[in-house]
Design a protein around this ligand. Sequence first.
Ligand code: TK8
Length: 340
Amino acid sequence: MLSMLVGAVMTTSLLLTGCGQESGNNNDGANAQTTLKVGFGSSIDNSSGGQGLKKFKELLETESNGKFKVELYGDGQLGNDKSMMEALQMGTLDMTLPSSSPVSEFTKAFLVYDLPFLFTDIKQVDNVLDGENGKEILGTLKDVNIVGLCYFENGFRNITNSKKPINTVDDLNGLKIRTMQNPIHLESFTLWGANPSPMAFNEVFTALEQKTLDAQENPNTLIYDAGFYEAQKYLTISRHFYTPYVFMISKKTWDKLSDEDKKLVQKCADEAKFYQREINRKLDAEYLEKMKDKGIQVNELSSNEINKMKEIVKPVYDKFAEDIGKERLNKIQEQIEEIK
Ligand code: TK8
């Protein structure tokens, strides 16, 4: 029985090898399958980012008539935002969807999205991200062997903590808060009086549970998906940063695709983007209600307090203007101003 099995396995593997060689040699390249491995830091099934990736998979597999196969790996199984980008550079992973904030470690132009209170409305967001400025910033990834396809939405970030309601900026004083690995986030929270420490996303829940951290900040959808509300008592709507997700593909993978396939991958990514943003915007409000039902205490910062916070972080805009590119920053600020 065992030897029969071994025999069968051997035959199959020989057949497979034969098949691979054959498709390399004949003209019928259309039958060769391309598998794209996609890694993501959050849940595939529950998060809006995961829903967007599933949409991309469905679109690309269908529209290519099965030529493309897309494999999705969520929950940081293949690494965190930064290490997955490094895998893209090496060509050991094909695609990933990090928040823009850790992307700035690879290309500084992305720092513009980290500026506190830069965006106040999603209309401004869509305008910048899908316009020339957003595209130019995506283009800077080419210099680090990555191709930026488009932006999905992570969203406006709010603060949760286990100590007390945050009603004023003074309430942030001394609060041990996790931030993403990003210099602007660190500097902003330091200026607001908190005690920030950078940490990869997949370590946050345990740190909150074990009380090595008091606080963290994320959009409502992720606070819910990651179960952070279970370890936190208070949620403060502050919308202090807006983070896009950056959908990207390894340049090594991209360069192997025909022009036609590149167009198809781009098209499916763009379609998935609209779908994902819509879901995220719906879930943002829905999940906030769910968390209220589960007992988290929610308050919203007054515009007066937000103005104070804006004033405090003004130096951050000047400090990082050069890294972002002064001209680029001006153009984006003008674009936002037009939609106010
Ligand atoms: C998921 C991260 C996460 C981000 C964070 O991979 O780290 O707080 O908001 O969504 O990108």
